[in-house]
Every structure is written in structure tokens, then in C-alpha cells.
Design a protein around this ligand. Structure first.
Ligand code: NAD
Ligand code: IPM
Ligand code: MN
Length: 349
């Protein structure tokens, strides 16, 4: 039997609640398939930091690297908690994992499932994927602040865009478009961010020449938010930078039935490091510990994980079970564990 070594990081807030359901589904999907899952749990997050002062030690990182994939719930405390230094968990843990494991593709699919409760009156067929660059942009932490606490304070964050980093994610997006409906939209803000925007546009143009079958267009990010609401079915593959991709994918989640359904993969396509799968949402401190969280995003992240591992049948089975559950969910909200149990029951049926 094939052994799959999986690192599990439940995290904070609703993270452990949704990961419990995701693990139930993962276990059910791989039962009897010849896959032997070897899981290692890592207690990382704001909780661990408050207890021990550690965010992600070198030993944690080395141990995580020694796995085939990572499943993460959500990390982060209550925004503004004075005991948590700003961006400590986000930067020191989540982004550190994405950067160290070279997750240069942050894959965020958006599909409006039949029966999902979207806010749009006439949504049309929504089925697109945001390919969000995952290792650069304003997230790299290249900035600084001087004269803090004075009226002359200067605060800078630099958006880092390298030709290497942009080209590799753009190539991934074109390859994905070739396997989908052959439409690719670059989203940026080239009318203002001329340096970074110019680089992205130029590289998209160059790679487009190698993909004559792919229809390419461009939207400024502000206009893209309009179309995500007024005409979301116009999109197939969206390629964009780290920050724009973050913002667009929360919006995309809201448009396709809620952030509780939005899954993602942080992919290292080269396979040099384990890829990491997690819901798009955060730790939701406002509903944590109450079994109110929708675990569907975490469960669909398991489907992405299985697909990434080459387990197509298992991945499809999870997606089908989720689709069926969404189709007859109705408006009634169920406790987190009941949703997981219902999806497991469909998998076993
Ligand atoms: P959030 O995504 O945690 O919550 C935003 C809103 O969506 C809240 O009202 C929440 O209740 C709701 N929500 C989120 N997930 C849900 C689910 N599965 N089911 C039902 N409702 C859900 O965003 P936030 O409040 O901005 O951030 C909270 C913390 O999470 C912060 O510390 C932030 O930095 C962190 N965060 C972590 C990740 C991650 O680990 N990948 C992602 C985003 C935010
Ligand atoms: C996400 C989150 C993270 C991001 C934060 C918590 C660093 O919002 O995964 O979408 O901005 O990427
Ligand atoms: Mn986000």
C-alpha cells in the first residue's frame, strides 16, 4: 500500500473544528483504497505562541518538510489582541510556511454549486480559478518604518515582483487555462502601479504568444470586483498578484455561497516541497467554539489535496459528496460536525 505522510495543522479558532470534519472525510475517502495515511499533528498558531512564545521553530519547519502534503485549518487570533504582536502569526507562521515551502501558486477555485445560497439574483454558471501568486508582492516584508510615534512617521511596504516569480506563476496559469475553457484574465492595476503592472503585462503577453488557443484579456482590479458581482461567469482563469488575489478570493467566496465553501491550495508545482491545503477563510474568532463554522471549505480543500497527490477518484468522490450535500442543504444551518458526518455518510453510501 502507498504511504502518504500528512502534516496536519488545525490552528486556532474554528481551525480545529473544521479540520476535525476534514479529517473524517479524508479518512473515509481513503479507507480501503490502498492508501495508508501517516498523520503528524502540529500544534501551531496563536494558541501555541501565547503558551510558549514560539511561532514556527526551525525544528517544526524541518519536520513539516518531511511530509507529502500539509492540511491546515486556520491560524490567527482575535484581530487587535494586544498580547499578539501585529502580524506575528500571519507573517511568522502562515506566510513563513508559504515562502519556505515555495508555494508560488495559491490556487483558489470558485464554483457555484447547485443549490448554494449565493447573493446574486442571476448568477449564471460560475466556475473560475484564481491563480494567486504566493511568494512575492507586498507580502514579502520588504519595507520599513522610521520616526514612528512622531508626526514625521514614514511607513513603507514594497511590492516585490521578480521576472522569475511572475513568469513561473503566469506559466502555471496558462497551462491551467489550456486544461479548462482557454480563457485567461490578468488582473492588476497597471494604470497606477506602472512598474509591477508593466512587468506582469509584458510577461503575460510573452507567454500568451506560446498559447495561441488561450483568449487573454486584462482588467484593472477595481473593475474586476465589479465583474465578479455583475458577470462572474465571464471568468475562467484569473492570474494576479498576492494581494489582489487575497482580496478577490474573499469576494469570490461570498459570491459563490459564502466563505465557508471556499477552498484553496498552496502549491509548489515543482514538487520540491510539500504543498499545503487550507480553507480561504481565517480562524473566525467571532464564531469559534460554537460548532457554527461551515467545514465545507476545509473538506473541499481535502479534495484539492487528494487531486494534488494524484488520487483523482478519491478527490472526485469527495467533491461529489459535497455537491450532493450542498444540493439538499436548504437554508437550515447545521452544527459543524453534522455537516462533516453527512458528507461522510454520502461517501460511504
Ligand atoms: P475570517 O475569515 O476568520 O472571518 C471573516 C468572517 O467570515 C467572520 O464573520 C467569520 O465568522 C466568517 N467565517 C469565516 N469562516 C467561516 C466558516 N467556515 N463558516 C462560517 N462563517 C465563517 O477573517 P478575519 O476575521 O479577518 O480573521 C480572523 C483571524 O484569522 C485573523 O487573525 C486573521 O489574520 C486570520 N486569518 C487566517 C487565515 C489562514 O489561516 N489562512 C486566513 C484569513 C484570516
Ligand atoms: C488568506 C489570509 C492570509 C493572506 C493572511 C492571514 C496572511 O487572508 O489566506 O487569504 O493574506 O494570504
Ligand atoms: Mn485572505
Amino acid at each position: 500500500s502507498r504511504v502518504v505522510k500528512l502534516a496536519v495543522i488545525p490552528g486556532d479558532g474554528i481551525g480545529p473544528e473544521v479540520i476535525a470534519e476534514a479529517e473524517k472525510v479524508l479518512d473515509a475517502a481513503t479507507a480501503g483504497s490502498g492508501i495508508r495515511l501517516e498523520k503528524t499533528r502540529f500544534a501551531l498558531g496563536a494558541g501555541r505562541f501565547l503558551e510558549t512564545g514560539d511561532t514556527l521553530t526551525d525544528a517544526d519547519l524541518d519536520a513539516i518538510k518531511d511530509h507529502d502534503a500539509v492540511l491546515l485549518g486556520a491560524v490567527g487570533g482575535v484581530p487587535g489582541d494586544p498580547r499578539l504582536k501585529d502580524a506575528n502569526i500571519e507573517r511568522g507562521l502562515l506566510l513563513k510556511l508559504r515562502f519556505e515551502l515555495d508555494h508560488y501558486v495559491n490556487l483558489r477555485p470558485s464554483k457555484l454549486f447547485e443549490g448554494a445560497p449565493g447573493p446574486l439574483a442571476e448568477p449564471g454558471d460560475i466556475d473560475f480559478v484564481v491563480v494567486r501568486e504566493g511568494t512575492e508582492g507586498p507580502y514579502v516584508g520588504n519595507g520599513g518604518s522610521i520616526r514612528r510615534g512622531t508626526p514625521q512617521e514614514v511607513a513603507n511596504e514594497t511590492s516585490v515582483n521578480t521576472a522569475f516569480g511572475v513568469e513561473r506563476v503566469v506559466r502555471y496559469a496558462f497551462d491551467l487555462a489550456e486544461r479548462r475553457r482557454r480563457k485567461l484574465t490578468l488582473v492588476h492595476k497597471t494604470n497606477v502601479l506602472v512598474n509591477a503592472g508593466g512587468l506582469w503585462q509584458r510577461i503575460v503577453n510573452e507567454v500568451a504568444a506560446e498559447h495561441p488557443e488561450v483568449a487573454v484579456d486584462y482588467l484593472h482590479v477595481d473593475a474586476a470586483t465589479i465583474f465578479l458581482v455583475t458577470n462572474p461567469s465571464r471568468f475562467d482563469v484569473i492570474v494576479t498578484d498576492n494581494l489582489f488575489g487575497d482580496i478577490l478570493t474573499d469576494l469570490a467566496g461570498a459570491v459563490t455561497g459564502g466563505i465557508g465553501l471556499a477552498a484553496s491550495g498552496n502549491i509548489n508545482p515543482d514538487g520540491a516541497f510539500p504543498s499545503m491545503f487550507e480553507p480561504v477563510h481565517g480562524s473566525a474568532p467571532d464564531i469559534a467554539g460554537q460548532q457554527k463554522a461551515d467545514p465545507t471549505a476545509a473538506i473541499l480543500s481535502v479534495a484539492l489535496l487528494l487531486d494534488h497527490l494524484g488520487l483523482r477518484d478519491e478527490s472526485d468522490a469527495v467533491t461529489r459528496a459535497v455537491e450532493a450535500d450542498i444540493a439538499d442543504r436548504g437554508a437550515a444551518s447545521r452544527p459543524t460536525a453534522q455537516i462533516g458526518d453527512a458528507i461522510v455518510a454520502r461517501l460511504r453510501a
